[in-house]
Design a protein around this ligand. Structure first.
Ligand code: FNR
Length: 374
């Protein structure tokens, strides 16, 4: 398996290999406003920087001579087996990176059996994305002020064959993103995030008139919902039989409450530093949460994963799967569907070679790996 990745990545790769160069290539491909929107964090970007720097404080201690000629990178989640421990994080408004947006991403991800999480503020509808590939898909929910719209989205996701619902709990209002405020830029206002709303009868029935500006205003009104609390999650549990994951958990108390509430999984995440600036890096939040959850439900992770060794550290710290955000968005901006495919090929090669060099042959062994903290 590892050798396949090596051969594929040598053939015809047109993307920069290093994340830093990939980011520069995306900067050249995108408008300054769109690039800033994707790249930046909230506030002074303290948390965005912490996400990156935190990895350097954790070190892998390889245990060798373990015959790692055959690797098995597969994992089981919610009763399904996936060939890699990776998931593509929900990223809204993908059409600003490429006309094919979510279609291109889900098609590329499907070639690796990697789940793609479609955002509430996706450029296309749940049904369109559902049909665009036969790969695994999960749906990310921003809770709406009018909860019938949320339930309508969840029902549509069930009917379109999505396999899980990811409720993002860290975005009850938008983070204070200084760069976007400077540019006066909102991708929603450009019509990049309305695919699910303009195709939803419950949402449309809330509008006095159906025009572009009414849709945009309606979306903003719907997804700002500071009243969100545990009772909503309990209600959602009754509405769907799909596994529910909470995304944006940083406090161990919330992790414990999530387990008590009966959700099926959680995602330790600070939204890539885009929400509350100054919060703990996801890597630093992870060990305590893994400890309190104690294997009762899967703990997934995102924010700051750029290379195979980053993913290795996160799994060794106890995460069950790893979400990737900006790297695939940049790859999409630079080279569309092929770009995402090439990124995943290279990333998996890096990950597989990191596993090999650490002396672990499967994800269970990886999770037992020794890791030390400065
Ligand atoms: C996001 N993220 C996000 N999360 C979510 O739950 N719903 C969404 O619609 C979006 N939209 C979005 C847009 C853009 C441009 C970015 C960069 C991110 C957050 C995303 O799911 C994930 O938490 C972070 O991107 C992970 O951090 P890295 O990998 O980008 O560092």
């Amino acid at each position: 398996k590892s050798n396949d990745y090596i051969v594929q990545s040598i053939e015809g790769n047109q993307l920069p290999i290093s994340y830093e160069e990939l980011e520069q290539a995306a900067k050249a491909a995108l408008s300054p406003q769109a690039f800033s929107y994707i790249a930046s964090g909230a506030g002074a970007e303290e948390t965005a920087h912490k996400n990156k720097n935190a990895f350097q404080r954790y070190s892998i201690v390889p245990k060798l001579l373990n015959d790692v000629s055959e690797l098995d990178t597969s994992i089981s989640l919610f009763g399904k087996t996936y060939p890699t421990p990776f998931v593509l994080a929900p990223v809204g408004v993908l059409k600003q990176a490429d006309e094919q947006g979510d279609f291109a991403v889900t098609r590329a991800a499907s070639k690796f059996g990697i789940p793609f999480i479609q955002s509430t503020v996706s450029s296309f509808s749940i049904e369109e994305v559902g049909q665009s590939s036969d790969g695994p898909k999960w749906f990310q929910l921003y809770w709406t002020s009018l909860e019938d719209i949320s339930f309508s989205f969840v029902k549509r996701a069930e009917e379109a064959g999505f396999e899980a619902i990811v409720v993002t709990i860290d975005t009850v209002t938008l983070g204070f993103r200084e760069k976007d405020l400077f540019h006066g830029y909102s991708p929603l206002a450009h019509g990049y995030g309305q695919g699910n709303f303009e195709s939803d009868d419950v949402f449309l029935s809330t509008l006095d008139e159906v025009s572009n500006s009414a849709i945009v205003d309606g979306i903003i009104k719907q997804i700002n919902y500071p009243a969100l609390n545990w009772s909503h999650i309990e209600k959602l549990k009754e509405k769907t039989s799909l596994p529910i994951l909470l995304k944006g958990v940083l406090h161990p108390d919330d992790a414990l409450r999530a387990v008590d509430c009966g959700v099926e999984g959680l995602i330790v995440s600070n939204h890539g530093g885009r929400q509350l600036d100054g919060v703990i890096s996801s890597v630093d939040a992870l060990p305590e949460i893994v400890n309190v959850v104690n294997g009762k439900i899967p703990v997934l992770f995102d924010s700051g994963v750029r290379r195979g060794s980053d993913a290795l550290k996160v799994l060794a710290l106890g995460a069950d799967a790893v979400l990737i955000g900006r790297p695939y968005v940049y790859s999409l901006a630079v080279h569309g569907e092929q770009g995402v495919e090439q990124f995943l090929t290279t990333f998996l090669q890096d990950f597989n070679s990191s596993m090999t060099l650490s002396g672990v042959k499967d994800i269970n062994q990886l999770k037992q790996m020794k890791i030390v903290h400065d």
